[in-house]
Design a binder for this molecule. Structure first.
Ligand SMILES: [Zn+2]
Length: 188
């Protein structure tokens, strides 16, 4: 089933006046739109739809959170989503492009599909900087991204001692050794 079809409102049969709708947004919607930055999420969408003869007014509230990569440590981090917006739906015999405020439908249509509006609203509402709260970053990752001198590196290795080392540091040390050994000439 096409996940994006789950965000349509069949308005044709509705009386004029306001009607409430609720939707859930999970990882599948972000996947369907091929989002490169949102890896998952959990949001509640409420739509208050005001229908009149000539147009539909949808007041949309989106609350919840999405999972993105932290700008500081690159580990997964949840950022809150808190969006309120109004989408106007009008009708025209001509096919007209959605301009971010007005969604144009042909008079013969009977459903309005909100999937793209909801998806774009979530993406646009994300904060510019996406980081864990202070102290919430993965300390191991932070250390790895810092440039360490050979001396510091040796000290870290010493501290790790002779214990079997399956930590990220152990793997990094192994990688460094291999790089310093240079390319292997097995073929000769
Ligand atoms: Zn972080």
């Amino acid at each position: 089933m096409d996940i994006t079809k789950g965000y349509s409102i069949a308005y044709k049969g509705l009386k004029n006046g306001t009607h409430d709708f609720a939707f859930k947004v999970g990882g599948a919607l972000f996947e369907a739109y091929g989002s490169a930055e949102i890896m998952g999420g959990d949001c509640d969408v409420e739509v208050k739809l005001d229908k009149s003869e000539t147009q539909l007014v949808a007041d949309v509230t989106i609350r919840g959170d999405v999972v993105v990569a932290c700008d500081r440590c690159l580990e997964e981090c949840r950022v809150p989503v808190d969006f309120e917006g109004r989408l106007l739906v009008k009708f025209s015999d001509e096919v007209r492009e959605y301009d971010g405020e007005i969604l144009w439908l042909l008079p013969g249509e009977d459903e309005v599909d909100l999937a793209q509006y909801i998806y774009e609203s979530i993406v646009l509402s994300l904060p510019y900087q996406r980081v864990h709260p202070e102290g919430g970053c993965d300390p191991e990752m932070l250390r790895r991204f810092r440039i360490v001198s050979d001396k510091e590196f040796a000290e870290i290795e010493d501290r790790a001692g002779a214990e079997p080392d399956n930590t990220a540091w152990g793997k990094l040390a192994e990688l460094k050794e291999r790089m310093e050994a240079g390319p292997q000439d097995d073929e000769k």
